[in-house]
Write a protein that binds this ligand. Structure first.
Ligand SMILES: [Fe+2]
Length: 180
């Protein structure tokens, strides 16, 4: 059963949350922890075999703190720019790649809906075994021009219930996404 390995990964990741250098710790040590988790052949086969037509909660309790999620793109897809509100996130690539674009907001206020002209400041191709960390309110979008792709996303909170923003590049506006 994978529950034990996944619970161990969660415990390891949570041990980083009290660190004063939490962003750096999750980026470097957290990424290594996910790599170690996936280096177990049973875990890898399990993660590769899950149906990712919708996101899979590998670990976590709805509405309660950290979540470990598995996502996939079975067809090419492109997401809108968004933030994760007050939550942090680590995107770890398992298979395929993610083109990750990061933005500065030039108008309006951080965390607030309203005018939001965006400027791209970074584009990364995240390959298997690599990850990107985003702190609270960092605006980013994902694109999967090639499929299949599969990635693990660790979030500080359950984003299904978090207040966050979704951005329209066309309208130059941020809309509140209050989740469920
Ligand atoms: Fe995101």
């Amino acid at each position: 059963m994978m529950e034990q390995q996944t619970a161990q990964l969660a415990q390891n990741l949570m041990s980083l949350l009290e660190r004063p250098d939490v962003a750096e710790a999750i980026t470097v040590e957290g990424t290594q922890m996910v790599t170690d988790y996936l280096s177990d052949p049973q875990v890898r086969a399990y993660v590769q075999g899950l149906d990712v037509s919708s996101k899979v909660r590998l670990w976590g309790t709805p509405k309660q703190g950290m979540q470990i999620l598995l996502h996939g793109a079975e067809r090419p897809k492109k997401g809108a720019p968004h933030d994760h509100g007050e939550s942090w996130a680590l995107y770890y690539q398992v298979e395929g790649f993610t083109e990750m674009t990061s933005y500065h907001r030039l108008t309006g206020e951080q965390g607030q809906p309203g005018p939001a002209a965006l400027e791209v400041f970074d584009v990364q191709k995240v390959q298997p075994g690599y990850a990107m960390f985003f702190g609270p309110h960092v605006i980013h979008s994902t694109r999967h021009p090639e499929s299949p792709a599969r990635w693990i996303r660790v979030t500080g909170d359950d984003l299904d219930y978090a207040t966050r923003l979704r951005f329209s590049i066309e309208r130059q506006e941020a809309d509140l996404d209050t989740g469920k």
